[in-house]
Design a protein around this ligand. Structure first.
Ligand code: IPD
Ligand code: CA
Ligand code: CA
Ligand code: CA
Length: 275
């Protein structure tokens, strides 16, 4: 693919973020039609579905041969994601649906593009804050055009760690998550949960926290944010410390490798399966 192809993909990604953001903004203060999926805490609204539908149509119109993975399309078919070497657009139309339903503004639109299974474009837009996080492979990460650099913190005792409860209500999973939160609270400056994986990773890129760990998220939650965090200098791995597998539903992002190692050694490593 030529530089021109990448530029066209990036331009479309920015345009999609703008359109999706406007749809989220328009619906934010209105009454929402809320449904549930895998658990009573796994929410979906008409906006999640409408944003994904529009984005999918616009991508297909411009790049008919590219592949598409989206949270709501995957939930509808119940099929396993097929992650190939083809150019693939990976979308989370509304990341932070629980926040959206409860009128909490930490809601993002997340879009990642992979080529040969490698993320080349990452865009995370937080419309209620008008914060646009962008990255292209090898070209740095930006917030509204300003270059980002993750913190240099090496010591957990001086760190803020972002962690999430997630939507699984399986007692074994909840129990292990509580143990992990206990270890992090005990050993750090504090633990935070913003309710959007894409936002969490973008925050690490912007130096708003030092690490983020989550079990149970999907490729659409973290593909864009992982590129943004890496391009800002953070280290993104599997929580065990091994290489990140985008289809294995877990991630550890730390602003330095030293911090990542410390956190990894303290965690109970949950296996949440594969996408
Ligand atoms: C969720 C958010 C949340 C994370 C969950 C995700 P959704 O995505 O990213 O932060 O804890 O694991 O499922 O469902 O709001 O798109
Ligand atoms: Ca969801
Ligand atoms: Ca999500
Ligand atoms: Ca979502």
């Amino acid at each position: 693919m030529s530089e021109n192809d990448y530029q066209e993909m990036y331009d479309l990604a920015l345009d999609l973020a703008k359109q999706a953001g406007q749809m989220i903004k328009d619906a934010f203060d209105k009454e929402k039609l809320v449904d549930t999926k895998l658990s009573a805490a796994d929410l979906v609204t008409e906006t999640d579905q409408a944003v994904e539908k529009l984005v999918k149509i616009l991508i297909k119109a411009k790049f008919p041969n590219h592949k598409f993975i989206g949270e709501e399309s995957t939930s509808e078919t119940g099929e396993k994601c097929e992650f190939t070497n083809d150019p693939t657009w990976i979308i989370d139309p509304v990341d932070g649906t629980t926040n959206f339903v409860h009128s909490i503004p930490e809601v993002s639109f997340s879009l990642g593009v992979t080529v040969n299974k490698i993320p080349v474009i990452g865009v995370v837009y937080i419309p209620m804050k008008e914060e646009l996080f962008t990255a292209r492979q090898g070209q740095g990460a930006f917030l509204n055009g300003r270059k980002l650099s993750a913190n240099g913190t090496k010591d957990l005792s001086k760190s803020v760690v972002i962690m999430e409860g997630g939507s699984s209500r399986d007692p074994g999973i909840v129990d292990a998550k509580i143990k992990n939160i206990h270890s992090m609270v005990t050993n750090s400056h504090g633990v935070r949960a913003y309710g959007s994986a894409a936002l969490n990773l973008s925050y690490i890129a912007a130096g708003r926290g030092d690490a983020y760990v989550e079990y149970g998220i999907h490729v659409w939650d973290f593909i864009a944010g992982a590129l943004i965090a890496r391009e800002a200098g953070a280290v993104v791995t599997d929580p065990t410390g091994s290489e990140l597998d985008y289809m294995h539903r877990r991630v550890l992002c730390a602003c330095t490798a030293e911090l990542g190692k410390q956190i990894s050694s303290l965690l109970v490593h949950l296996d949440m399966g594969w996408d």
